[in-house]
Ligand binder design. Sequence first.
Ligand SMILES: NC(=O)c1ccc[n+]([C@@H]2O[C@H](COP(=O)([O-])OP(=O)(O)OC[C@H]3O[C@@H](n4cnc5c(N)ncnc54)[C@H](O)[C@@H]3O)[C@@H](O)[C@H]2O)c1
Length: 262
Amino acid sequence: MDEANPFETSGLPHRYTDKVVLLTGAAAGIGRATALRLAAEGATIWCADLNAEGAQDTAAIITGHGGTARDCAIDVSDPEACAALVDDCVEAFGRLDVLCNIAGIGSSRHTVDETPERFNQMMGVNALGPFVLSIAALPHLLETKGNVMNLASTAGVVGQAYTAAYCASKHAVVGLTKAMAVEYGKQGLRFNAVCPGGVKTAIIKGFQPPEDCDWKLVERQFLRTDLQTPEAVAAMVAYVCSDEAYYLNGAVLTLDGGMTTG
Ligand SMILES: NC(=O)c1ccc[n+]([C@@H]2O[C@H](COP(=O)([O-])OP(=O)(O)OC[C@H]3O[C@@H](n4cnc5c(N)ncnc54)[C@H](O)[C@@H]3O)[C@@H](O)[C@H]2O)c1
């Protein structure tokens, strides 16, 4: 996608005409790139994020280019707010085809320095949020034979030193994805997890390893040192959530330059 015009549509397929997408984490990074990509392919997008201004900006870019979008502030670790979010989206747009759980938080520290409060917060945003939103979305997705994409991480596939809480929360969302894929696959629903390694976004700042870390444990995560763009992840999500991927269910798709292959 042209960086000067993130809503550039020429050359893109139009896989989301008449589709409604509810997307969390829409204010920045992978969430914004995905919202713009899906909107450029014709989707109507509900942009949700803790960062109200950022979500509003994303929706404004979409509507400014002739697309349809709404935005709202939400804390995805609040189950009642999640249920209300799904209701609002369906009331506004009349249907729901795709749920993209992209909002997330992360940090790095020695496991012994982790606290139960921070662990719970990480689980609340990265795992409980997708769980509650998926349940609230289910009846609507059953009507449209829709799908859920959970933005997990390589930390949901392999262990990574100094990120025990983050790893636990991303493994949880991968488990949630697989369980729901098995339980609802026969009814025509799809649940998939996209698991990137290093993406150039704001969250990366929180992943500075502790100063006295064992660098050998950190370096083994990196086959390559450059970071990928959020647009590269958005392109994969655009395929995963489209009807082209109708046979893709319960998949845990790594996008990591080979980091998790050996
Ligand atoms: N950047 C990477 O290297 C990388 C790698 C693998 C996975 N991920 C995952 O990708 C997702 C998106 O992260 P990003 O890289 O775009 O970082 P980011 O920090 O740019 O985006 C995260 C978004 O989530 C929102 N958010 C945080 N807490 C929230 C809450 N309680 N309720 C609602 N929204 C909340 C933030 O406001 C922000 O807009 C996250 O789930 C992250 O774990 C990122």
